[in-house]
Design a protein around this ligand. Sequence first.
Ligand SMILES: [Zn+2]
Length: 239
Amino acid sequence: MSGLAVFAELPLTVKANPRAKRVLVKLIPGRGLEVVTPKRFDPAQVPDILEEKRSWIERTRDRMRAAGIDLSGAPPQLPASIDYRAIERTVRVDYLDRPGRVRVTENAARLLVAGPALDREGLLDGLCRHTVKKAREALLPWLDRASRRTGFQYAALRVRRQRTRWGSCSSRGTISLNAKLLFLPPVLVDHLLLHELCHTRHMNHSPAYWACVAEYEPDYRRLEAEVSRGSRFVPAWFL
Ligand SMILES: [Zn+2]
């Protein structure tokens, strides 16, 4: 069981997926190690697999920790304030212990979360829903401005909280944006919107696509790299 002992500080989940072709080892923010196993896999082999992947796991774990990503699986704390960096707005969060459904209201620079104090998951869920709504309100006019500036039209916008992707664009021109964008610096949001809008012309990452991006943002390589490390701006309760 050496493999398990080595990573004792990381919670481990083993999931069987009959469609998996081979064993997959992943590190997931807020959840730790996840091993996905294919059909007819003997779970007793998991420690050996982790041992084989040890250097990758250690490297990835250290990189994620350095980026401020929590892997402990400990439930996130309720925030006392939230920095919605994209819209340059920091709000203080107050909690009101009250029975019944969780309600979140915002006025001036204060968020009031009312609900049962013991229902931490419910309170966090309320904050998350409020944040997604706020992201939608901020990103729609923002995307419209970017669309007018570039002349690239999109058909519809969807804003959701997604685990990994920052955004995507369908062949029908529907742009999907991750609500986590609300925590990124504005310059990265600008870039991500440009990235998706250029996909309305080129549905790939071909040289022609990047030439299109470069026309509006010559410094796109640096910004792409920054976006890929953007999770460090996202608070643990919204990951
Ligand atoms: Zn893309």
